[in-house]
Design a protein around this ligand. Structure first.
Ligand code: SF4
Length: 301
């Protein structure tokens, strides 16, 4: 994206952001789960569990996260800190959600428990990788590898074989966009505001990578933030680089508003002319003006 295009887009995105009622959308977002807690350790633990399982249909993954957190009690951090294989078996016996079974989630919970015992916080574990690599990709790779470093023998005997560990907690991080992990980082690092917590102070918001999903990817193309169509890490980096031209210190600040614009159906895969006509982003969009013009010309006498 050119500097000139960024200058044109910035005020539009600012108006768009100001018009978004983020609080009203939180209930449609997995960030709703960590917002139930006030202690930073409970927030980071519940957030990682919620983000890891936030794939597929919201009405299917939400009850799974809900039930797990309920069974973990008032403090998810205390729960994972004291968790052992027998406790994991009790908590996760019979758990299934699409690609994941109880053993997968047990690895995540036991890994978080060990991180809290050994490092004091998930932030401290992440910062180790961040300081070693200086990139989100490298830091996330170390983070997920450390969390997954849980002996599997006893767990398999207690809960059965793992099924989708790589889907739940990719390690090593590959060429995929790692949307849910970048979403988790956005929650922890940027802010605080109505959505994001800003409780990880040792990682700069300027280094974050956009949590790229199908909604954000589509709108990013419409706005000229990327020409790439795939949902890869490279595309996420390209979109983030464009957004850095708008705000170098906080490039992912528009993510929640843009993503929910797509999720809510206002900017769907097949754009709706009436919505485009009212859209604050219309002057910078590569799709909407064609649609709205075609209506104008078809209604010409
Ligand atoms: S103008 Fe239409 S297609 Fe473009 S961002 Fe707005 S709603 Fe989406």
């Amino acid at each position: 994206m050119s500097v000139k295009a960024a200058e044109r887009l910035r005020p539009l995105l600012e108006s768009f952001l100001a018009s978004t009622d983020a609080r009203a959308r939180i209930g449609f977002d997995p960030v709703e789960f960590p917002h139930r807690y006030t202690d930073p350790r409970d927030i980071e633990v519940s957030a990682l569990l919620a983000a890891a399982l936030a794939y597929g249909r919201a009405d299917l993954f939400r009850p799974k996260v809900e039930a797990l957190l309920r069974r973990m009690g008032a403090s998810p951090a205390a729960s994972v800190r004291g968790l052992d294989v027998a406790g994991a078996r009790e908590l996760l016996h019979g758990f299934v959600y699409r690609f994941n079974v109880g053993t997968d989630v047990a690895v995540l919970l036991l890994g978080m428990g060990r991180a809290l015992r050994e490092h004091g916080s998930l932030e401290a574990l992440f910062v180790r990788g961040w300081e070693a690599h200086g990139t989100i990709h490298g830091a996330l790779s170390d983070f997920t590898a450390a969390l997954r470093d849980v002996p599997l023998g006893e767990l398999r005997r207690a809960l059965g074989k793992e099924r989708g560990l790589h889907h739940l907690l990719p390690s090593p991080l590959g060429s995929g966009a790692a949307k849910r992990l970048n979403l988790y980082l956005r929650w922890m690092v940027r802010g605080p505001d109505a959505v994001d917590f800003g409780i990880w102070k040792r990682v700069p918001a300027s280094g974050l990578v956009i949590p790229l999903d199908t909604h954000l990817g589509r709108i990013a193309q419409h706005l000229g933030l990327t020409r790439r169509k795939d949902l890869s890490w490279r595309t996420a980096e390209e979109v983030t680089a464009s957004l850095r031209r708008l705000d170098a210190e906080d490039p992912v600040r528009y993510d929640f508003a843009l993503c929910h614009y797509g999720m809510s159906g206002v900017c769907p895969a097949r754009p709706v002319r009436e919505n485009c006509a009212r859209c604050l982003l219309l002057p910078a969009c590569g799709v909407g003006p064609r649609l709205t013009r075609s209506r104008a010309s078809s209604s010409d006498p």
